[in-house]
Design a protein around this ligand. Structure first.
Ligand code: ADP
Length: 241
């Protein structure tokens, strides 16, 4: 499902956190929103998610205006920095959760849910941990569960907000490969927020560099990296973070 952000502005007081911002994400693409802290990445992601309503402008999903559509109708999966797994549920139950809470009419049978969870556990290679609880897993494993859980409901759009931010460098690297692999298998349109340029360059099909609520530059990772279009991008990419 394609996403179109059209002339979106969001202000907090005098500050335009998103400043007349437009962005197209074609169906199936994995886009990274890259920029320093405070550049408006999370706000833009929350507007796409429907968790925040813009002051003006609109968000289109597959060509249809979704700006004021209820979040639950958007068919969106989320993964956040602080994995919100349910501590009292097993890993398998966590992944099944989004399916079990569906209204009866669209809820798969228990057998279908079990099969789906088994497939997802295999995909993230954690089938051997199905009956454990989150606290028994490492941070990286937990975040793989969070990815599996987000994908269980077959979202058309996957939104990730610094999903690996709390993890150490080695685990982050491994998770990048996971995200890329899951994305390639599931063909979900994905928007990924990060302040880590290496992460953006390695994972994304397209990198969108943000600064003060505006898009400074966007393009394939190597284009942005080899040809920074503005002094800001040049300086930002030059900073080792
Ligand atoms: P980023 O994700 O790039 O760090 P954010 O979108 O989180 O940027 O924030 C952009 C700016 O908007 C920051 O200066 C932040 O303090 C401000 N901001 C974000 N959310 C709110 C809010 N709910 N109320 C007031 N200011 C906010």
């Amino acid at each position: 499902m394609s996403i179109e952000v059209r002339n979106v502005t969001k202000r907090y007081g005098d500050l335009a956190v998103c400043d007349n911002l437009s962005l197209d994400v074609p169906a199936g693409e994995l886009v990274a929103l890259l920029g320093p802290s405070g550049s408006g990445k999370t706000t833009l992601l929350r507007i796409i998610a429907g968790l925040e309503v813009p002051d003006s402008g609109s968000v289109l999903f597959h060509g249809e205006d979704a700006t004021r559509t209820e979040v639950r109708d958007r068919n969106v999966g989320f993964v956040f920095q602080h994995y919100a797994l349910f501590g009292h549920m097993t890993i398998a139950e966590n992944i099944a959760f989004g399916l079990r809470v569906r209204p009866r009419a669209t809820r798969p049978s228990e057998r279908e849910i079990k099969a789906k969870v088994a497939d997802l556990l295999k995909l993230v290679q954690l089938d051997w941990l199905a009956d454990r609880h989150p606290h028994q897993l490492s941070g990286g494993q937990r975040q793989r569960v969070a990815l599996a859980r987000a994908l269980a409901v077959e979202p058309k759009v996957l939104l990730l907000d610094e999903p690996f931010g709390a993890l150490d460098a080695k685990v982050r690297k491994e998770l990048r490969r996971w995200l890329r692999r899951l994305h390639d298998e599931m063909h979900v349109t994905s928007v990924f927020v990060t302040h880590d340029q290496e992460e953006a360059m390695e994972v994304a099909d397209r990198v969108v560099v943000m600064h003060q609520g505006k898009i400074e530059q966007q393009g394939a990772p190597h284009e942005v990296y080899d040809h920074p279009a503005t002094p800001f991008v040049l300086q930002f990419l030059g900073d080792v973070n």
